[in-house]
Ligand binder design. Structure first.
Ligand code: PLP
Length: 240
């Protein structure tokens, strides 16, 4: 199979679907960022996507990405923006703060404080998203919308000067019924609207919601970042 042309075809098909969803929602294409999710794919896949104009990438494991970094630097001339989108354990926060341009899965006060310390040592400001759990699936991580943990984190964030909160992220439950994803994404947007009012010092402009199976619903519900793996790169090489 010609990998290059199949990627180009996937991208063009995806862009058509994104444009259609944006039109349907009365939104401009420029309001939705496309994040290419490259977990489990080799570095060459990232380089190829970057060559095709993709500027935002998501990886879900610190160690996996760390292994890709040396080759990546030689393959990609202009710096791409690479976010961590998988669960982060506190003990890997220092490495993550160093490797990634942003952490989109902050799900506890403890993790935020560890990332803040690491970012301070690196003398950088790390953009973050708060991961919100709106699904009853026990395997999903994230902050519950009405939890004391989320409240405590929101209270603390204005003092964590080396973290810059940009918004919220969620993963919809696996469900064939599109209403499930819609309900989840709508709840995230409504939570965001409440947080904006209650936390005037913080920025919640970004909503990372929507993957290959549900990004159109995400766009209709106000997503600003869609995270796409399978629809761009095909099935992942090994099971996650
Ligand atoms: C793997 C992954 C994606 C991409 O999933 P696809 O269904 O392949 O598009 C998006 N977001 C997160 C957090 C992921 O782990």
């Amino acid at each position: 199979m010609d990998v290059v042309s199949s990627f180009a075809e996937n991208l063009s098909r995806l862009e058509n679907r994104i444009a259609t969803a944006c039109r349907r929602a009365g939104r401009s294409r420029s309001q939705v960022r496309l994040m290419a999710v490259t977990k489990t794919h080799p570095t060459e896949v990232i380089a190829e996507a970057a060559a095709a104009g993709i500027t935002l990438f998501g990886e879900n494991r610190v160690q996996e990405f760390e292994a890709k970094v040396p080759r990546l630097r030689s393959l990609i001339p202009s710096p791409a923006e690479i976010h961590l989108i998988g669960h982060l354990q506190s003990n890997k926060s220092a490495r993550a703060a160093e490797l990634f341009d942003a952490i989109d899965t902050v799900d506890s006060l403890r993790l935020a404080e560890r990332l803040h310390e690491a970012a301070a040592r690196l003398d950088k400001t790390l953009p973050i998203l708060l991961e919100i759990k709106l699904s009853p699936e026990s395997t999903k991580s994230g902050l519950a919308p009405d939890s004391a943990e989320l409240l405590a984190l929101l209270e603390r964030l204005p003092d964590l000067k080396h973290l810059s909160v940009r918004g919220l992220m969620t993963i919809a439950p696996l469900d064939e019924n599109p209403r499930t994803a819609r309900t989840c994404f709508r709840q995230l947007r409504q939570l965001r609207d409440r947080l904006v009012v209650a936390n005037p010092l913080l920025d919640f402009s970004q909503l990372s919601m929507g993957m290959s199976g549900d990004f159109e619903i995400g766009i209709e519900e106000g997503s600003t970042i869609i995270r796409i793996g399978t629809a761009l790169f095909g099935d992942r090489p090994r099971a996650r």
